[in-house]
Ligand binder design. Structure first.
Ligand SMILES: *Cc1c(COP(=O)(O)O)cnc(C)c1O
Length: 712
């Protein structure tokens, strides 16, 4: 890795690399700096300032160093960054400091297999990663002493391409470390942080990278070291690929390696937050440490429970990692040495029968060793207490120790700049500090309809510019053909009612439900005075054939003349595409098979941007729908006859579209403003922003999960 050539930088701009390497620029004033520095390179680099700085030439840098507007933005961004880092040293207190007191050396360590921070760091697959990333950003905003621990996957998750017949292609690109906003973590004696993890009968070396995110740091584990065997170097190459064996090995590295890395860096967590069962081997390393220090099994487990927080994320049984005992025995072979008779105790912590015989279940391990357990929506809480009932024999549903902290999204990350500026004008800039206060949002009703509508229109325009440009770029790529351009959205109408659907392509999310009655849909779509269009995006897991078939169906519908070029599939869904879609569509569609959506978060992002949710009452919408802030799809049929359920839900969806959504959108005043539509848009913003922000969510975690361990 070659560091950026700092000697080229004019002295006045000497802190640009520092700004580029602190990902808090993504939601603070830093974005403006890089846009202004060189707009073309900014776009070409995929909004990656680290890459962009490496590509800048001297002339461009000199120009910036003499441009007063640029320098003003630059100074502003540095001031913000420095003020943040200085809080607590005599500056204003953070939320954490006012609630819990100034920090000692203790931290919250947050483990997750994926983190979605920015598209330039492709170490996420979807919703779980976005939640983890947003949690870290909010932890920084609130001033929690907080360290994330995850993986540096140099090949990340895949980039998605679609073949001319609509079949998903997975492309893996090797990350160039020098272009990523990461640096090597260093121990106190300024050595690279490398730890040795026992795996099977061998030892795997793990190096630690670090990401800076405002007040928060993220540690990323990486096994690609020369000293490791070739197959071990590949261990952390990709996210969620390979079979059970690889998955288990990754989880051992994350759990054990993460604990060892924190120790090597001199960090002593007061709270260990396990985001999903992938990280549950943290418990194993912590138990080993206590036993090695002489504690009894009972004492060690009590201490681990007191300090472990576990968040579970899926009501789909297959979504919980479970491994055959033989495999676990094999991969943990050299851990047992120090555990003596405690090995059986440990295996018992993970033993669980989810219907296909007893296995070693990571969720069971986490639940049996955490003192605070939560699901990610109220409904998901009920489902989880029911689903894992065998873990607490004899306890009634209400007594089983699984709470619910409904997910949220990071408001400064997801609310569009144009809309934020509208809020600045009408709510006052203090909305940026007070957005989890519901009473504060009452003033949204007073925003003039014309102004709000103008912003909504401009956000839709930005989406269509992006869609057309992506279709054009794909056209220039070999062997793609004109069909791909049509399916990519080249014929969409920037003024028509646009329904967005973007999420992982998998069976229970029913991506093609809206096509269940093609004739009825075609009538809706092709109404010449009130046209409707559908924009889809999302990846199928590489091993999910059903998901890929759903995707291919969408692609074929997009090419079917029956739908008039008004159906599109935008490929390679990532954070960037997600931003454009949740801000630029008019309605956000979500039609999972209830109750399989634990929470869902894309609908929250959309709703905050004035893109009302049209959804089954599952996940967060079961508690978010108020009657006038969007639409509830309720077919009224439940049970095991899935075909009947699907039919009823599709009917309910068509009825809502025909009788309310479409007519409302096209009902315009003489000045062309849809007043009754905007009433829903305003309710959507008002009711969803405060309650489904990570500000509210992380405060809940502080109160209910973190503070008790700190306050003891
Ligand atoms: C928000 C987001 C998700 C999660 O959306 P769901 O509604 O939970 O399916 C997935 N991927 C990306 C890129 C996102 O931004």
């Amino acid at each position: 890795m070659t560091p950026p050539d700092l000697s080229l930088l004019p002295a006045r701009l000497s802190r640009l690399p520092e700004l580029a390497h602190d990902l808090s620029w993504t939601w603070n004033t830093g974005r403006e700096v890089f846009r202004r520095l060189d707009y073309l390179r900014w776009r070409q680099s995929g909004h990656n300032p680290v890459l962009m700085l490496r590509q800048m030439d001297l002339a461009g840098l000199e120009r910036a160093a003499n441009d007063p507007d640029f320098l003003a933005a630059y100074d502003r961004a540095l001031l913000t960054m420095d003020a943040w880092r200085a809080t607590g040293n005599g500056h204003a207190q953070t939320y954490w400091q006012s609630k819990i007191g100034t920090s000692n050396d203790q931290v919250v360590a947050y483990f997750s297999a994926e983190f979605a921070l920015h598209q330039s760091l492709p170490i996420y697959a979807g919703g779980l990663g976005v939640l983890a990333g947003d949690h870290c950003k909010e932890a920084s905003d609130l001033g929690i002493p907080f360290i994330g621990v995850g993986f540096m996957y140099p090949q990340g998750y895949f980039r998605q391409r679609v073949s001319p017949d609509g079949w998903q292609q997975e492309v893996y690109e090797q990350l160039d470390w020098a272009n990523a906003p990461i640096h090597r973590a260093q121990t106190f004696d300024r050595k690279p942080c490398v730890v040795a993890v026992p795996l099977g009968t061998r030892t795997v070396l793990v190096q630690v990278w670090e990401v800076r995110l405002g007040r928060v740091r993220l540690l990323l584990l990486d096994t690609d070291l020369e000293q490791n065997q070739p197959w071990d170097r590949e261990l952390s190459a990709r996210l969620y690929s390979g079979g059970q064996d690889l998955r288990l090995q990754q989880e051992v590295v994350l759990g054990l390696g993460g604990v060892l890395a924190l120790r090597a860096l001199g960090l002593a967590p007061a709270v260990w937050h396990l985001n999903e069962g992938h990280a549950a081997f943290v418990v194993l390393q912590r138990l080993r440490d206590q036993l090695a220090a002489g504690a009894s099994w009972e004492t060690a487990l009590v201490e681990v429970r007191r300090t472990t927080v576990f968040t579970t994320h899926t009501p789909v049984p297959a979504g919980h990692d479970a491994f055959p005992f033989g495999l676990v025995e094999q991969q943990l072979a050299s851990c047992w040495g120090s555990m003596g008779d405690e090995r059986e105790h440990f295996l018992a912590l993970g033993t669980y029968d989810n219907g296909s015989g007893p296995q070693f279940n990571m969720t069971a391990l986490a639940m049996r060793s955490a003192g605070a357990i939560n699901a990610v929506s109220q409904l998901h809480g009920e489902v989880t207490r029911d689903m894992f009932a065998p873990l607490w024999p004899g306890l009634a549903e209400g007594d089983r120790p699984v709470g619910a902290i409904t997910n949220g999204v990071h408001v400064p990350t997801w609310v569009a700049g144009d809309l934020s500026r509208l809020f600045d004008r009408h709510l006052g800039a203090q909305w940026r500090d007070r957005y989890d206060d519901p009473s504060f949002w009452a003033a949204v009703v007073d925003i003039p309809d014309e102004e709000l509508w103008a912003v909504r229109q401009s956000l839709r325009d930005a989406l269509f510019q992006f869609i057309r440009e992506r279709a054009r770029v794909r056209f220039t790529e070999a062997e793609v053909g004109a069909a791909r351009v049509v399916a990519g959205g080249a014929m969409l109408d920037p003024h028509a009612l646009t329904i967005g659907f973007a999420r992982r392509f998998t069976g229970y999310k029913r991506p093609d439900l809206v096509f269940r009655d093609p004739d009825r849909l075609a009538r809706l779509i092709n109404d010449s005075r009130r046209p409707v269009q559908l924009v889809f995006a999302g990846k199928a897991h590489p091993a999910d054939e059903t998901g890929k078939h759903h995707l291919q169906n969408i692609f074929r519908h997009a090419l079917d003349p029956k739908f008039g070029g008004r159906v599109a599939f935008v490929d390679d869904y990532d954070l960037h595409v997600a931003h454009l879609l949740v801000q630029g569509c008019d309605v956000w569609l979500n039609n999972p098979r209830k109750p399989l959506e634990a929470s869902g978060t894309s609908g929250m992002k959309a709703a905050m941007n004035g893109v009302p949710h049209l959804s089954i009452g599952d996940g967060w919408w079961a508690e978010g729908y108020t009657g006038d802030n969007g639409w509830l799809i309720d077919g009224g049929v439940t049970g095991t006859d899935l075909d009947a359920v699907d039919q009823a839900d599709a009917d309910a969806l068509y009825r809502l579209l025909e009788t309310d959504v479409v007519p409302r959108f096209y009902e315009r005043s003489t000045r062309g403003v849809p007043g009754r539509w905007l009433a829903i848009v305003k309710q959507s913003i008002t009711t969803v922003t405060p309650r489904f922000s990570t500000r509210r969510m992380v405060k809940d975690y502080i109160e209910r999960a973190y503070a008790p361990a700190f306050r003891r």
